[in-house]
Design a protein around this ligand. Structure first.
Ligand SMILES: [Zn+2]
Length: 165
């Protein structure tokens, strides 16, 4: 998900994760290990996206997509950066302070299994719901439906790009 439709560009926040040491304050403020995972899997954050945000390879394209949604939801810029294919990755920041992610529904996955070889592509279609500052001081609810393409590269699934539907 590119987040390009998410409004409220505003100023970019100062980078809040130091990058090298320990749990980022942004992430721990956004989701604690025992909380329901923001991606809506029904599992706890610790049992779902946390390890992928911490740098483990996502087993499937869907798991990577979910972890990227969770990264948007909790403001983990580093994870969004490193799971975006360098060929298509725009400049950050990726998370907009005026946008709050409210939920994710995965509609379809094509390919993306743990057994995929390097170079294989996968597609995940999802809807992400969000609330955004509308520029007049109010908030508006909206949803982003996207068919995302992923590719496996050096044993890891990466986000390539998405078509908004
Ligand atoms: Zn999750």
């Amino acid at each position: 998900m590119s987040g390009s439709r998410a409004r409220g560009r505003a100023r970019s926040r100062a980078r809040q994760s130091g990058g090298s040491s320990g749990a980022s304050p942004v992430r721990s403020a956004g989701a604690r290990p025992a909380d329901p995972c923001p991606c809506g899997s029904g599992r706890t954050f610790a049992d779902c996206c946390e390890s992928v945000l911490d740098g483990e390879a996502a087993p499937t394209a869907e798991a990577l997509m979910r972890s990227r949604y969770t990264a948007f939801a909790v403001g983990d810029e580093d994870h969004i950066f490193r799971t975006w294919h360098p060929r298509t990755r725009p400049e950050g920041p990726y998370c907009h302070p005026g946008t709050r992610w409210l939920g994710l529904t995965v509609h379809e996955c094509v390919g993306g299994s743990p057994l995929a070889a390097d170079g294989e592509e996968a597609v995940v279609e999802f809807t992400a719901r969000f609330e955004a500052v509308d520029g007049r001081g109010g908030t508006a609810f909206d949803a982003l439906r996207e068919r995302s393409t992923f590719v496996k590269r050096a044993g890891r699934w990466l986000y390539v790009d998405g078509e908004q539907l």
